[in-house]
Design a protein around this ligand. Structure first.
Ligand SMILES: [Zn+2]
Length: 339
């Protein structure tokens, strides 16, 4: 986060505001945010922005004299468009870029500072910052297949790996895998040609639809509320909510610094994926299918109400007491920022 549709939205909003304009001055509040040394950021002062482009999840300002300003928002970095000369905002403000018609602010509301600014000279230096992932919207099925199977990973890992695929992160990979009807934990090397084609089609469809939706929703406004959690999403951030395809409650697994949200009916043949931390905690007593989960929940409800369940409930409610009670509290909120 932000991912390809979010970066495209920023480019859409920035283009009429900064292309052709002179970057009068750059103000950097947090020295840590500037990750390059030569040329100095002051070299950009007085240079005209001639174009904007995207490099993976980075925003690139092409400036005169072969200079490039690169902003990498990482997870919590955001942009704001303010009146000319606007102040850098308190603790979250990292930098300001002053144009005659407005000031672009870079903020990061997070304890860990990850957002980064680079200034480089020349296309070769710019290329060195390119993680090299395939642009799915420009790729043929054959190119997609070759990239996908070039390394053995789970699909979730492969899709979100910036050196394999460009601009796809935690949110849109959940959406893509749901519509491709593929498990996030399936391996790239064990896919049929039909499954690869389904993944290719779903990737292109999800990214195209979301780029159009975000730009349509923003109109001419500068996007002030960029979030990885949107009501129209099918799986991402929808733990416990019904899958829009089949109404099964969306499940999630949390691992390392990431999480995957998925529909067991659409994606995993009704099997629940094992959450390693949780299955350790429950010492292997972990429901493996939706039926087992339903029985477990019916038993829990019976214990709470003091009665014995006659039949398991036909529906799973949006909360899963067995999971949430046993789970370490930090695992209860999505890793990328909100619930
Ligand atoms: Zn489903």
């Amino acid at each position: 986060m932000p991912e390809l549709p979010d970066i495209k939205l920023y480019l859409h909003a920035l283009r009429p505001r900064v292309v052709g304009r002179i970057l009068k001055r750059c103000r950097v509040a947090s020295p840590f945010v500037l990750r390059s040394v030569d040329p100095p950021i002051s070299a950009l002062s007085g240079k005209r922005v001639v174009n904007l482009r995207r490099l993976g999840k980075r925003i690139v300002f092409d400036c005169e004299n072969d200079l490039f300003l690169i902003i990498h928002l990482m997870i919590a970095g955001r942009l704001q468009w303010r009146e000319p000369g606007a102040k850098i905002i308190g603790k979250i403000g990292l930098a300001a870029f002053d144009f005659e018609n407005g000031t672009l602010l870079l903020t990061e509301a997070a304890s860990k500072r990850r957002a980064a600014i680079y200034v480089v000279r020349g296309e070769d230096a710019l290329r060195e910052l390119d993680p090299g992932g395939l642009e799915v919207l420009d790729a043929t099925l054959a190119q997609f297949k070759e990239t996908l199977q070039s390394e053995r990973h789970t699909l979730k890992r492969a899709l979100t790996s910036p050196n394999l695929f460009s601009g796809i992160g935690n949110a849109y990979s959940d959406e893509i895998l749901l519509y491709a009807k593929l498990s996030p934990m399936k391996f790239t090397t064990s896919l049929s040609d039909e499954e690869i084609a389904a993944l290719y089609d779903a990737s292109r469809r999800v990214l195209t639809e979301w780029c159009a939706r975000l730009i349509d929703q923003a109109g001419d406004e500068f996007p002030e509320r960029l979030t990885a959690f949107r009501p129209e999403m099918a799986a991402h951030g929808k733990f416990g909510k019904p899958c829009p395809v089949c109404c099964t409650p969306i499940q999630r697994i949390v691992y390392a610094e990431n999480e995957a949200n998925y529909c067991p009916t659409c994606q995993t043949g009704a099997k629940l994926l094992a959450d390693r931390a949780l299955s350790r905690l429950m010492r292997g007593d972990w429901p493996r299918t939706l039926e087992e989960l339903e029985e477990l929940k019916a038993r829990e409800r019976a214990i709470v109400s003091g009665s014995t369940p006659s039949t398991p409930s036909p529906k799973i409610s949006s909360s899963t007491p067995a999971r949430s009670r046993s789970r370490p509290s930090r695992s209860n909120s999505p890793r990328d920022g909100r619930e």
